[in-house]
Design a binder for this molecule. Structure first.
Ligand code: 3SL
Length: 247
């Protein structure tokens, strides 16, 4: 018998308002590259990541002495410590620290999920950890794709579909929205070679122009970490820390 839980996918932030957030965990996705970079930062031992939407907010934090990453249109903003490449967060220098991050789409999407019961960060780099953990929860799931400037993008929907594909094997998810089904079908078309599947996508082309092929490959590599970053107030923390704070 099919269970009571629902899966929905917002293919872009503009469609998020239409999602039913009742008893739901929101999974925020920005595969290229914000959520991949955030997972890498936690794997490197960062204590918190503070996602902010504007450069102005990022500057305010910088004045207070925070380490700050800032990206717009794929490029690092001058004057900040990091951009948005996952490789820049593979460093001991962030262990035990807070990093503030602002990116074109990803950090805005994370902030849009603040009112949900729970919001977590997903990427191909933590796909097994996040899929298994979601499956253990008695919750509906809403995937929020960051997209590009309010529009659809292929890579975030592909990731949503990859997780829907795994979750839908469990009968507890009795209701998949049409967008969840569409993302799964998309993933089933692409799963043999996601890198090739994305070759004509807008952001992959944009990143190629910026010479970021290495980052694309990294962001499409599964299971490089088991961390699950969770929004706690205005900060992302490790799932374990979030659960301790609720105990
Ligand atoms: O849109 C975003 O938030 C970024 O991830 C875009 S980029 O990959 O850094 O270009």
């Amino acid at each position: 018998m099919l269970g009571p839980y629902k899966i929905q996918v917002a293919f872009s932030p503009t469609l998020f308002d239409g999602c039913d957030l009742d008893n739901a965990i929101v999974v925020v996705i920005d595969v290229l590259r914000a959520t991949s970079a955030i997972c890498t930062a936690f794997e490197s031992g960062v204590e918190t990541v503070i996602p902010v939407s504007s450069i102005e907010e990022a500057k305010e934090y910088q004045k207070k002495g925070f380490l700050v990453g800032a990206e717009r249109n794929g490029e690092q903003i001058e004057g900040f410590d990091f951009g948005n490449s996952p490789y820049s967060y593979k460093t001991e220098n962030i262990r035990g620290k807070s990093v503030v991050l602002t990116t074109t789409n990803g950090t805005r999407a994370i902030n849009m999920a603040k009112d949900a019961d729970m919001a977590v960060v997903g990427a191909f780099t933590n796909i097994t950890a996040i899929s298994n953990w979601l499956e253990e929860q008695e919750k509906n799931v809403v995937f929020l794709c960051s997209g590009w400037k309010g529009r659809y993008n292929l890579e975030d929907s592909l990731f949503a579909g990859a997780v829907v594909d795994r979750l839908s094997k469990n009968y507890k998810y009795g209701e998949l929205s049409d967008s969840a089904l569409a993302s799964k079908y998309l993933y089933n078309t692409a799963e043999q070679d996601p890198y090739k599947f994305l070759r004509n996508s807008s952001h992959r082309r944009r990143m190629h122009r910026l010479n970021l092929k290495k980052d694309i490959k990294y962001c499409l590599t599964l299971d490089q970490t088991s961390v699950i970053p969770v929004l706690m107030g205005d900060k992302l923390v490790r799932l374990e820390e979030y659960l301790d704070s609720k105990a």
